[in-house]
Ligand binder design. Structure first.
Ligand SMILES: *[C@@H]1O[C@H](CO)[C@@H](O)[C@H](O)[C@H]1NC(C)=O
Ligand SMILES: *[C@@H]1O[C@H](CO)[C@@H](O)[C@H](O)[C@H]1NC(C)=O
Ligand SMILES: *[C@@H]1O[C@H](CO)[C@@H](O)[C@H](O)[C@H]1NC(C)=O
Ligand SMILES: *[C@@H]1O[C@H](CO)[C@@H](O)[C@H](O)[C@H]1NC(C)=O
Ligand SMILES: *[C@@H]1O[C@H](CO)[C@@H](O)[C@H](O)[C@H]1NC(C)=O
Length: 187
């Protein structure tokens, strides 16, 4: 009976180790976030070094479209997707440049590296393309106190949604001031 218990405990322990391993493998895929603006350019820089003797590198968009294939034995890469062909440029250091960005280019870019033993490693890039932020203006509101001193509030006005605000005074970041208005305590 005790022996059986011990066996059961051992099995359980092994299962825990196994599932930990699987979790480790699942998180092994490197992911980065990249932001771009419409008509702008971004660079997807792989963080994991590519083995010198790699067999083939494949880039995919949203896991549905193959957009670039680079075989080590061929000097030029191929661009199987018509839409992406004119927007991409591949560098020797494996950086992928995407230019003339459009909103629809937002999504996941997967770099799949096949090494000489046909082992595959993946790296993911989440690209988000935003409208450029128009130049903001600042509205200054002054209230005169009875003692003759003034209270001043600055309001940042920008024709865009989904923005975050940061305030700087003489190039110094006013850390934590993240709303559209800044009260006079800082002036
Ligand atoms: C690779 O080269 C490109 C173009 O010269 C450069 O912009 C990029 O930062 C380089 N990437 C890395 C990871 O050094
Ligand atoms: C790519 O994937 C993103 C996020 O899943 C989605 O919002 C977008 O519509 C997809 N783009 C295309 C062109 O399939
Ligand atoms: C500037 O602030 C004043 C006072 O709060 C307000 O009446 C005015 O509409 C603001 N101007 C703009 C462009 O928001
Ligand atoms: C000016 O600011 C002080 C301190 O925040 C406040 O007590 C006072 O009521 C303000 N005066 C006006 C006219 O807003
Ligand atoms: C703004 O800063 C406050 C604390 O200073 C924080 O609690 C809040 O989450 C921040 N809001 C945004 C949108 O970053």
């Amino acid at each position: 009976m005790l022996g059986k218990m011990a066996a059961a405990v051992t099995t359980f322990a092994c299962l825990v180790v196994l599932s930990n391993l699987q979790a480790y493998e699942a998180t092994e895929v490197l992911r980065s976030r990249v932001n771009g603006i419409v008509h702008g350019t971004v660079y997807l820089n792989p963080k994991r070094p590519v083995p010198k003797e790699y067999k083939q590198i494949t880039w995919r968009f949203n896991d549905t479209q193959k957009i670039l294939i680079k075989k080590r034995t061929q000097t030029t890469e191929s661009y199987p997707n018509d839409y992406f062909r004119s927007k991409l440029r591949y560098y020797k250091n494996h950086t992928l440049e995407i230019k003339q960005l459009e909103k629809q280019d937002s999504g996941t870019y997967r770099m799949q590296v096949e090494d000489s033993q046909s082992q595959e490693t993946n790296e993911l890039f989440q690209l988000d393309v935003y409208d450029p932020i128009p130049k903001p203006s600042v509205n200054i509101t002054t209230r005169v106190n009875e003692d003759g001193w003034c209270n001043v509030t600055l309001e940042c006005i920008v024709a865009a949604t989904q923005v975050t605000y940061r305030w700087y005074r003489d190039e110094k970041d006013l850390v934590g001031e993240n709303s559209s208005t800044l009260d006079q305590g800082w002036l």
